[in-house]
Ligand binder design. Structure first.
Ligand code: PMP
Ligand code: GLN
Length: 404
């Protein structure tokens, strides 16, 4: 038999699914895959339920229901002063995941180069490769994750079509500042390139920081496609409603890609998300304040156990260096061990690098109820103190857990 698609055949199951399954098997607290453990706002859920019952259950318009497109445009204006025509410059997608693929399809021809920044979200590289485009990887390194300007500039060339930029960034929690964005904007202009801006964590930004879309910088309005996710903004990750805002010349192509991927997104969920985007500023501020408190709770607990956490300015995630607790295991083996033996799941940082990942770092999700975070810390404390009391190093796992 002829094999199926080679690239897909070579790829494994996503780390988020692998670790969630392992957490389930071992009844571990799942601080791996990033999803809140409480439902989003009740009024959105009520709006979605009501929308199911009022007779608009056939195909909605290709680019999204008008009320959601209007609210996406209004939110762009309210939060960033960006002006979009809701009829021509907004496309609703089935999650940011689809939006990322649709934007890359909209921009790339085979052979085009795309600049990607490591650590990178797991769908970026496979999609770029499936489209026959050529990834040019630039690495950020802990603990500061500063932009390596020379390496970034060197990654751009005559064949560069786009950069894919994730800010606030998963898994680092880095929020790109205006100077860094300015450097990227300058490269885009000099090389006549575009940016796909994955801004799913736009409203999850902490400590008085502000998320700034690359698109707000001079000259960037025509070069950027900005992606948002209702899953993150309304703590409803299973809904899979995303939205792309951009110049009509590009969103027209995104719509063509979308028509070949899913064509539309469930209309009741779209209409409920429209209700969400119209919420007052206090909702958005409260979301970030609550999450920052959850981050602090987890960070304090991890630090007290001997993890060294890295600053997280946004997103659902904090990275922790565990080398003082276990200098031997690699990050994948350590995550597997924590899940199976300590009863707490996390994600190895190496899942976000193609190779040579910084050693001994794992990602914890803090988008969980405080009582759950407390219980996770208690489990870890029990686990590490048992071994400390026994005075013996923990038994190393045989083999590598890097099978995923
Ligand atoms: N981009 C990043 C950086 C993410 O962390 C996620 C996580 N879920 C997505 C995109 C996908 O978002 P959605 O669930 O809306 O598809
Ligand atoms: N974005 C989520 C994370 O980083 C996972 C989403 C998924 O499982 N596809 O944890």
């Amino acid at each position: 038999m002829k094999p199926g698609n080679t690239l897909l055949g070579q790829g494994g199951t996503t780390i988020f699914t692998v670790m969630s399954a392992l957490a389930l098997t071992h009844q571990a607290i799942n601080l791996g895959q990033g999803f809140p453990d409480t439902d989003g706002p009740a009024d959105l859920i009520d709006a979605a339920a009501a929308a199911l019952r009022d007779g608009r259950n056939q195909y909605p318009p290709l680019t999204g229901v008008p009320e959601l497109r209007r609210q996406v445009a209004a939110a762009n204006q309210r939060f960033y002063g960006l002006d979009f025509d809701p009829d021509r410059e907004v496309v609703v997608t089935s999650g940011a995941t689809e939006a990322i693929t649709a934007c890359l399809m909209a921009l790339l021809d085979p052979g085009d180069e795309v600049v990607l920044i490591e650590p990178l979200y797991d769908t970026y590289l496979p999609v770029v490769r499936l489209l026959g485009a050529v990834p040019r990887l630039v690495r950020l390194e802990p603990p500061h994750w500063s932009l390596p300007r020379e390496a970034l500039a060197a990654a751009f060339g005559p064949r560069t079509k786009a950069i894919l930029l994730n800010s606030p960034m998963n898994p680092t929690g880095k929020v790109f500042d205006e100077e860094e964005l300015g450097f990227i904007a300058d490269l885009l202009q000099r090389h006549d390139a575009y940016a796909v801006c994955d801004e799913v964590y736009e409203h999850l930004v902490f400590d008085g920081r502000r998320h700034q879309p690359l698109m707000t910088l001079p000259g960037m309005r025509e070069r950027c496609l900005r992606i948002g996710s209702a899953g993150k903004t309304f703590s409803l990750t299973g809904w899979k409603v995303g939205y792309v805002s951009g110049p009509a010349a590009l969103t027209g192509l995104v719509a063509r890609a979308h028509q070949n991927l899913t064509f539309t997104t469930p209309p009741n969920l779209q209409r409920a998300v429209a209700v969400g985007l119209a919420k007052d500023d206090a909702y958005f501020a409260g979301l970030a304040t609550d999450l920052a408190a959850q981050r602090d709770l987890l960070v304090d607990g991890l630090e007290s156990l001997g993890f060294r956490t890295l600053p997280s300015g946004g997103s659902y995630f904090v990275l922790a260096d565990y080398s003082a607790l276990d200098p031997v295991r690699d990050d994948a083996a350590f995550c597997r061990h924590l899940t199976e033996v300590a009863g707490v799941a996390a994600i190895p940082l190496s899942a976000f690098y193609v190779d040579r990942a910084p050693a001994h770092h794992i990602r914890f999700a803090f988008c969980k109820r405080p009582a759950v975070l407390d219980e996770a810390i208690s489990r870890l404390r029990r686990h590490f103190s048992e071994f400390a009391e026994a005075g013996a190093p923990e038994p190393a796992l045989t083999g590598s857990a890097r099978s995923f």
